[in-house]
Design a protein around this ligand. Structure first.
Ligand code: ARG
Length: 399
């Protein structure tokens, strides 16, 4: 019996060619696994295509719920953001894709796993580090990195092997989509000196075309997890979908940035992430209301590190788990409601309430109800500034 290889399958040209190429090159049976993390695609069509182009078995896994429950909720807790702008949704999904692949490989007794990533990006790292952490026995095949075919050669190969090549005007862009966002690369976007053409964007309207009337959305959180939208309780997958819709209408969540890849290349990236933008805005705002100052300040440092780990593909590592344990503890009081105003590309928290609020009106007010004893500030400042004062007295005044 031939050995088996489990391929992460998207239904696109690269992974379709990969099915045939792996089978021929490695003399194995290929099992295609398409994993649904919220790209609205025709998964039955993809499954069928996997079989048609030569997989001995073609499987679709609906992982949307798991993506929300185990990955997006952690991303929210840690306010996942890479290099100030990227909500890292591609990075966030890769460990889950790898995990599902490894599970199928183990179930089917496959010794090989494969992905369609090139040798220039981050995703190859994320897949392979995850495979190794989850099952070190598996051998990795990376066809797009190994085959050395140009685009034309790949199309010839597809034609020779009866693999359907998309006809008509091909999109000039390469995209990657899941519940938490959509990325747009290639074509004219590779010239960072040019403003991207409007046709690159699909989820969001131009802020110029957005409604002239702002729209407020209210998000309720329970222990850091968004659980309701505008007073209506809903599951996470549904809630994120709804906010992608509403935010997109207002042109919220467009990102246009230069990014440092793990492999050392700088790249120009476009992202659309309306729901992530709105939810993170609301979540950060609620944290400001309910977290004590020092926890919040340390958390900001750890968010940076956590985001870097996730971007680097180090999900299945002790450090990611340890930081997550800290994040989980911080989320215990993060319950309440935040209203976010959506207006012409902007999403801004404008009101918030929480039973866990640490805001004390009688301490903060400058009005009649003030109970804050201002005289105690004097001693506080004296001791707080003492080290600075001593240093100046000993060494002279330096500025
Ligand atoms: N640069 C982003 C990342 O590395 C997005 C990549 C999307 N492209 C892709 N081929 N998956 O996370």
């Amino acid at each position: 019996m031939a050995e088996k290889c489990v391929l992460a399958y998207s239904g696109g040209l690269d992974t379709s060619v990969a099915i045939k190429w792996i089978a021929e090159t490695y003399d194995v049976d290929v099992i295609a696994v398409a994993i649904d993390v919220g790209e609205e695609a025709d998964y039955e069509g993809i499954r069928k295509k996997g079989e048609d182009v030569g997989a001995i078995e073609s499987i679709v896994v609906d992982a949307k719920q798991e993506f929300f429950d185990e990955y997006i909720t952690r991303a929210i807790a840690a306010n996942l953001t890479y290099e100030r702008k990227y909500v890292a949704f591609t990075a966030l999904a890769r460990p889950l894709l790898a995990k599902e692949q490894v599970r199928v490989a183990e179930e089917k007794g496959a010794r090989l796993v494969a992905h369609g990533c090139t040798g220039k990006g981050n995703d190859q790292v994320r897949f392979e580090v995850s495979y190794a952490a989850l099952n070190p026995e598996l051998e990795v095949v990376a066809p797009a990195r190994e085959w050395g075919m140009t685009r034309e050669e790949e199309i010839d190969y597809a034609n020779e092997h009866g693999i359907p090549v998309p006809v008509g005007k091909k999109s000039p862009y390469s995209t990657d989509t899941n519940l938490w966002g959509r990325s747009i690369e290639c074509g004219i976007i590779e010239d960072p000196s040019q403003e991207p053409p409007e046709d690159a964007w699909e989820w969001t309207v131009s802020p110029l075309e957005a409604p002239d009337t702002p729209e407020n959305v209210t998000i309720a959180f329970e222990q850091g997890v968004p659980v309701a939208l505008n007073g209506q309780t809903m599951g996470g997958v549904e809630l994120v979908g709804a906010l992608n819709e509403i935010g997109g209408k207002h042109g919220v969540g467009r990102v246009n940035m230069m990014e440092n890849r793990l492999v050392g290349i700088k790249s120009r990236e476009l992202y659309e992430c309306p729901a992530a933008t709105i939810i993170l805005e609301a979540h950060r705002d609620l944290e400001s209301l309910v977290l004590d100052r020092e926890t919040m300040h340390l958390k900001q440092h750890l968010e940076l590190k956590w985001s870097e780990l996730v971007y680097y593909g180090l999900w299945f590592t002790p450090l990611r788990r340890s930081i997550d344990a800290f994040m989980a503890e911080t989320q215990k009081p993060v319950s309440g409601e935040v209203t976010v105003k959506l207006y012409k590309g902007r999403a801004e928290a404008v009101a918030r309430t929480s039973p866990e609020s640490l805001y004390d009106y009688s301490l903060a007010t400058y009005g009649d109800e003030d109970i804050f004893d201002q005289s105690s500030a004097r001693g506080f400042i004296e001791l707080f500034g003492l080290p600075a004062k001593v240093a100046s007295m000993v060494r002279g005044i330096e500025d």
